[in-house]
Design a protein around this ligand. Structure first.
Ligand SMILES: *Cc1c(COP(=O)(O)O)cnc(C)c1O
Length: 391
């Protein structure tokens, strides 16, 4: 007989999922009710309001899409893009490549703005490509590239798109709740995120917000959205507050309790306070890492506080270090992807994983693992440096 699955208790400091607070796990275990129950509808309205708070928007079309961040991404593309459109896609890491895939699968043409892994999107190049492609339907970019730990200038890219009459599609999966996502201030048209990064909910829900202008584009398409499940014209019938809700698909009831709780916790802390906490924890981690003699691969002015990309020192077996952290300390960190595979560790300080405890545990554990391999580090320097910042 197969027995129950009891996962080990880990500290999650990779590129997501992040640690989930017991309050959120508790919400997940509350009684399942019907997805058309009036009490459930009431909670759905609260989730929409809480998401507007997190996204800094007044957009009425602001909903938690049923599915991981990738479904939120695909929802934005399949609804806004039609066959024959031209879309400018900025790629500076792994996730921009997925945007290109999405555009091409919509039957549209992706014009790429390429920047190196570890570099932000080059604003000048975006402007040039927009000039060279009048009539481009949209500009798509990743605000916080989780594959490299780089933040790009979302305000500037959205402004350029607007200037050229193009929509903007923003991947804010790793930024929402961790660094400022200012949907209305930027004039962003479609922004999607994920539940398991800085919101510290379990994976599987994707917050999405769509501007009124973009919602009109969805309503006035020439052809039906090729995905029945992601067609916002149908999904809106279920999530719109006005009148009777129309059954579309059965909402993931308990996961929605969980995202509700995670967003309530964000509101209790305050969005600005959450941004400040992520920044402070990054500063403490950096102090420790640099005191130890390790370094970051991303320039300071575009470094993400919630995703720290640390160079693997010469001669160190990076996988063995990750293995030691997991087996000895129950601590998960991420490996490098693509161009950075084998060269970096990706250390997440996302949501509930952005605490002083996480910072000091990681510094202690990596020092232990590096010393074991005989790496040349300044032993004993990291914790005092981090503590000086943490207080
Ligand atoms: C994690 C992530 C995604 C994908 O989210 P899933 O929930 O894994 O589907 C997309 N974009 C970025 C920037 C991410 O970090």
């Amino acid at each position: 007989m197969t027995s129950s699955f009891n996962p080990p208790v880990r500290r999650l400091m990779g590129p997501g999922p992040s640690d989930v607070h017991p309050r959120v796990l508790g919400a997940l275990a509350r009684p399942t009710i019907g997805h058309l129950d009036p009490e459930f509808s009431r909670m759905m309205e609260e989730i929409k309001d809480l998401l507007r708070y997190a996204f800094r928007t007044k957009n009425s079309l602001t909903i938690p899409v049923s599915g991981p961040g990738s479904v939120g991404m695909e929802t934005c593309f399949v609804n806004l893009i039609e066959a024959g459109d031209t879309v400018i896609v900025c790629q500076n890491g792994a996730f921009g490549g997925r945007m290109k895939e999405n555009v091409e699968r919509c039957g549209a043409t992706a014009v790429m703005v390429m920047d190196g892994w570890g570099k932000p999107v080059d604003i000048e190049k975006v402007g040039d490509v927009l000039k060279a492609n009048p009539g481009a339907k949209a500009v798509a970019f990743v605000h916080a590239e989780t594959s490299t730990g780089v933040q790009s200038d979302a305000a500037a890219i959205c402004a350029l798109a607007q200037e050229h009459g193009a929509l903007s599609i923003v991947d804010a999966v790793t930024s929402l709740g961790g660094t400022p996502v200012l949907t209305d201030e930027w004039g962003a048209d479609a922004v999607y995120s994920g539940s398991q990064k800085c919101l510290s909910c379990m994976p599987g829900i994707s917050p999405v917000t769509i501007s009124d202008k973009a919602a009109d584009v969805v309503r006035s398409r020439n052809h039906k959205v090729q995905s029945w499940f992601m067609d916002l014209n149908l999904v809106m019938g279920y999530w719109s507050g006005e009148g009777a809700r129309v059954y579309h698909h059965t909402a993931p009831i308990n996961p929605l309790y969980a995202i509700h709780e995670a967003l309530v916790m964000l509101q209790e802390e305050g969005l600005e306070e959450a941004w400040a906490r992520h920044a402070a924890m990054h500063t403490a981690l950096r102090a420790g890492i640099e005191a130890m003699g390790l370094s970051f691969i991303v320039d300071e002015d575009c470094r993400l506080p919630q995703l720290n990309t640390i160079a693997v020192p010469e001669g160190v077996d990076e996988a063995a270090v990750r293995g030691a952290l997991l087996t000895r300390y129950n601590l998960e960190i991420g490996a490098g992807l693509g161009d950075l595979a084998g060269k970096v560790w990706r250390v997440g300080l996302m949501g509930q994983s952005a605490t002083g405890e996480h910072v000091t545990l990681f510094l202690s554990a990596i020092e232990d693992a590096l010393a074991e391999q005989g790496a040349a580090i300044n032993a004993g320097a990291a914790l005092p440096a981090a503590r000086a910042i943490l207080g």
